[in-house]
Write a new protein. Structure first.
Ligand SMILES: C[S@@+](CC[C@H](N)C(=O)[O-])C[C@H]1O[C@@H](n2cnc3c(N)ncnc32)[C@H](O)[C@@H]1O
Length: 245
């Protein structure tokens, strides 16, 4: 059922303003008006997030850095485990989404949470976290919102310890001739979806999976198809879990 808050979020989404002189300004103009309804609404359309966070190989006492972590809702799926982590660093450009994350951490008593309003492609990341200081990094539907996504992956590599883990979930588009038959997509899917999502400032790039596979040792790669609620539209997303070589 569509609630009043859903309607408001949907309205903000459809009439979202992507205006602003910088990426940070465009992001906040887009997310600011939707921040209060973000969790409930996105939970139904951004699939595979809980599965990714639950399946990452992470141990008690380790340090996790979430890149483009937004409201930090994904940590709800491992809520019992969160207090056992030494630190959880959440980086995001949107102060409105981070305010929701801050409230969540306070309500949950997650004193190990550190929230950073920062661009994950900037050198600030390397200044905030020492090189090779993290055990796990994650990107949940954030690569597709970061123009220099390859630089964001390089920042994650910098802060990961050797043998550290990266987990990524995002929309999937295939190259015309992908490496494996499992990665093939029809012309229609790999052409129409990137164009459609681009209206919402989401760039679905066919190079995500090849780039991640090149930079990390692949532990797990899976492409899944899911139906958007209340529609006959199916979208593809991928899970990538890799280890720093
Ligand atoms: C679709 S949301 C996903 C949020 C969250 N990871 C989730 O799964 O709900 C994309 C997020 O990426 C953030 N983002 C986009 N570009 C960024 C950048 N350059 N640096 C940091 N965060 C960025 C946005 O502010 C937003 O929170």
């Amino acid at each position: 059922m569509i609630t009043k808050r859903d309607f408001h979020t949907l309205f903000s989404l459809v009439f979202a303003r992507h205006r602003g002189a910088t990426h940070a300004a465009r992001i906040e103009n887009f997310y600011g008006p939707q921040a209060s309804g973000y969790d409930a609404f996105r939970w139904r359309i951004l699939h595979g997030r809980s599965e990714l966070y639950q399946s990452l190989p992470v141990n008690a006492g380790e340090v996790w850095a979430d890149f483009g972590g937004g409201t930090a809702q994904n940590f709800e799926s491992i809520a019992q485990f969160v207090p056992k982590l030494s630190k959880v660093h959440v980086f995001d450009l949107s102060p409105s989404l981070l305010a929701v994350a801050r409230r969540r951490a306070e309500e949950r008593g997650w004193t190990n949470f550190v929230l950073h309003e920062a661009d994950v492609t900037s050198e600030t990341i390397a200044e905030t976290l020492k090189p090779a200081s993290c055990d796990v990094t994650s990107f949940s539907y954030s690569l597709s919102m970061i123009p220099n996504w390859f630089l964001a992956i390089e920042r994650a590599l910098e802060v990961l310890k050797p043998g550290g883990v990266i987990g990524v979930v995002d929309f999937y588009a295939a190259r015309r001739y992908p490496d494996s038959p499992k990665q093939v997509q029809s012309w229609w899917r790999r052409t129409i979806f990137p164009i459609w999502f681009a209206f919402d400032n989401v760039s679905i790039n066919p190079d995500y999976v090849p780039y991640l596979s090149e930079r990390f040792e692949t532990i797990h790669l899976e492409i899944k198809r899911v139906r958007l609620p209340k529609t006959w539209i199916y979208v593809d997303y991928f899970h990538f879990i890799g280890r720093k070589k």
